[in-house]
Design a protein around this ligand. Sequence first.
Ligand SMILES: Cc1ncc(C[n+]2csc(CCOP(=O)(O)OP(=O)(O)O)c2C)c(N)n1
Ligand SMILES: [Mg+2]
Length: 612
Amino acid sequence: MRLTVAQALVRFLANQWAERDGVEQRLIAGVFGIFGHGNVAGVGQALAEQGAGTGDALPYYLARNEQAMVHTAVGYARTRDRLSTFACTTSIGPGATNLVTGAALATINRLPVLLLPGDVFATRVAGPVLQELEDPGSYDVTVNDTLRPVSRFFDRIDRPEQLPSALLAAMRVLTDPAETGAVTLALPQDVQAEAYDWPEELFARRVWHVARPVPEPAALARALELIRGSRRPLIVAGGGVAYSRACAELLRFAENHGVPVAETQAGKGALPYDHPCAVGAVGHTGTAAANALAREADLVIGIGTRYSDFTTASRTLFGRARFLNVNVTAFDAAKNSGAMLVADAREALLALDRTDWRADPEWTRQAAALAAGWQAEISRTYAGTELTQPVVLGILNEIAEDGVVVNAAGSMPGDLHRLWRTRDPKGYHVEYGYSCMGYEIAGGLGVKLADPEREVFVLVGDGSYLMMAQEIATAVQEGVKLVIVLVDNHGFASIGDLSESVGALRLGTAYRMRGPEGELDGDRLPVDLAANAASLGADVLRAGDPEALRAALAKAVASAHTTVVYVETVPGGGPGAQAWWDVPIAEVSELARTRAAREHYDEAKRDQRPYL
Ligand SMILES: Cc1ncc(C[n+]2csc(CCOP(=O)(O)OP(=O)(O)O)c2C)c(N)n1
Ligand SMILES: [Mg+2]
């Protein structure tokens, strides 16, 4: 079949399917793209020719920023348990390098996205082309090489003959739960338009079976021995529990054996919040309940977690526990010198359940009491009458009970992790692998595309909003309804507090005019973010007190249009960190506050362990 490389690529992608548990879905749900000279005549032409948006063709979506396209693909893939994602096509140069942040975010979170940056001419006859960065040391280097370290698979298609094997490798990595992340096929602009005679088999319907690896018998025996020897076990549930759809098996295991379950950001909702075994968030942004248990546990059973420093409180949290790590990725299973159970979370839980061992009943009782205590703390926090951030979250939590909350960076992830009540992991979507400002609206768009039935509530701080609000226009264009709650505290509350605690004097963390002394401490900026949101096509509601916020949210839910609820918050209101986080502080300083902060730091650091 004679087609261009780009036409062959599009035709191939339209025929890829993923299957798990007997259910098939399209692996590539569509293509997000921004065109320039590096892709318009290649991939752009191919998408136009296949009649995008009709029948079997790949739907095409126009976004406003290449980084945002990747966020949308990530939001979609996470909601679809990594079984379906989007491709992202870009021009060369800046369009391509705008992908780098999104690619890193996808790879860190172990979520599949297919990136198709344009690249400079393979033949080089017309070079240097517009936007080509020339490396005097090698004509082989292009700006797309910046995508190599953040991609789990990277290839450049310099000749048509290379395309089939590259495509097959790309699909394999996207659908391998242990390998998945950003997959990049760099497409030189001349090669995209080049014709070639392709074998028909390349375009046959192809189903990629997503594996559920079962535990190796010897590793399972070792795991069971560790479990049987434990009296005070604690499960740390990560994103892998959600992606494996192992929540029911986790709940049964926890109940059968009396094991408390703590949750990472990606694992939050693994158990319904009010289950007696659910002790909530763990780590630096954790609950007092989960962290107290973590300090006393003799065995930590990590399931589908990569043990970020937020989870381990920078390796200060888990007293002298041993680790047993269930993970589909050996790399993560090996962390903290844990006993490795390399397997799918659901399969592993089913296998581990076959024992009549139970945790010390006193430990199970203590966990339930601590968890109930924390639920009371949440109720107290939510009941505040001033519009602090936790009160805003409380009002939203009531209304968003069956919806999805989306967030990524700033002070909200911590408050959400500690406070938010959710009954399932799909109700809580906080991107905290990369914690990328600007993920919120673009990611929320992907969540809604993946699950149109569910109300999607995007929580975005003013800082994040100013970094990447433009995808409101994309949501409006697509008729995709989001409820966006824009929380304005006039700057970086999170980094402001952090700055103060590390002796950096809140420099550059408040949005202020340059004042008479030359510092950024003047008046508030004459910036109206609500008006900005309205200008992008959203309906906008402003809420100045708790009652107005309730009413605005109810109106936003009832509406069919993307609605931004703008709310200004006052500082304070919630329980703070219940565990440490390692942010090194200046070892020498003229400032007394910095020296005092360093003293605290040196003291806290003594609790850090290597977990060997
Ligand atoms: C792209 C990016 N740049 C910088 C940071 C570091 N950072 C984390 S939170 C934050 C401030 C976020 O401000 P805002 O969205 O207003 O949330 P707030 O802290 O006020 O709750 C910054 C600069 C980041 N996470 N992502
Ligand atoms: Mg802010």
